[in-house]
Design a protein around this ligand. Sequence first.
Ligand SMILES: *Cc1c(COP(=O)(O)O)cnc(C)c1O
Length: 374
Amino acid sequence: MTESTHHMTHVPMLDLKAQYMPLREEIENAFSNILDSGRFVLGENVASFEKEIAAYHGVIGAVGLASGTDALHLSLKSLDITSGDEVITTPFTFIATAEAITYVNAKPVFVDIDRNTLNMDPAQIEDKITERTKAILIVHLFGQPAEMDEIMAIARRHNLRVVEDCAQSFGAKYEGAPIGSFGDTSCFSFYPSKNLGAHGDGGMMISDNAKLCKKVELLRNHGTVGPYIHDFIGFNSRLDEIQAAILRIKFKYIDEYIAKRRNLASLYTSILNGVVQCPLEIENRKHVYHQYTIRTPLRDKIQQDLADHAISSVVYYPMPLHLQKAFDYLGYGKGSFPEAEAAAEDVLSLPIYPELAPETVDYIGRTIVKAVQG
Ligand SMILES: *Cc1c(COP(=O)(O)O)cnc(C)c1O
């Protein structure tokens, strides 16, 4: 390190302790109340949290689940998607998106991404629709809202269901409407690193369709319709009281956390614009920057220079899903989705979290400018 002795310490991708410390007393109180109550699963915290999340999104129902992956799985199951069906999704996402499709024995059908948003390119969707297509599983990657007008129009035209994977986009908006309020069902993850993160696993399905909410509510609890009475085969996928109580506390601050992420993102962009490709701020859309992801042909050099300055960075994602061994059986190969493959070669996600100091973003930005300009 030649410059800036004030950054001797390592810059992590995210700092969960920094978020916890100011909430410590509040969280510890909630924790001990639950331990005293003896009610650990599906109690009043889960019920209240479900109501709060439904209201935030302007939908009638929300169902707390064990993970975001389960929210996707149980959503598809509630829509009766099953073996022989096809579900259209993006190859440039976390694997859970496509895994959920395989859990109901349906086939993931990938559509390439738009190079500017990194989300599924709506112009390429209709080519992939067959008589077996039942749904579009849309991902709002890194917190950038997907093209909902086009996607909803395509779904209506072909009578397809829409499931939103909102694991990375809690609080994002599209033309004023909350992301998660468009799909037949929408799925959230409360994995600790997500924008609204628990201190363990958690997830939620939300919907404006009472029947689908009821179905997922039964699916999460073994299809139990009365004490030890089971109308169908379900699962154990319940959100626990401790996670729900912690999430209710953090939820009070979510809009503040998002505002801070957006400020840091705009600071990054003011330094890096023209030096690398920065995330797009699109009119009438609210990006919530779960990740601040740049694109640059100098990706590997920049990552090395950042590491030399003790700054973390991560490649989300180094291999698109269609090239993963796990999806060999789908028969795609190299060249199937050129934009997703190109992104895997040149994306780099930089540290971003509400407690990150603007001075540190400035330092990271200047380190990248120097790496690029030599
Ligand atoms: C995190 C994530 C999931 C899975 O959520 P879990 O709670 O970890 O099961 C699904 N899709 C995307 C896009 C994610 O980022």
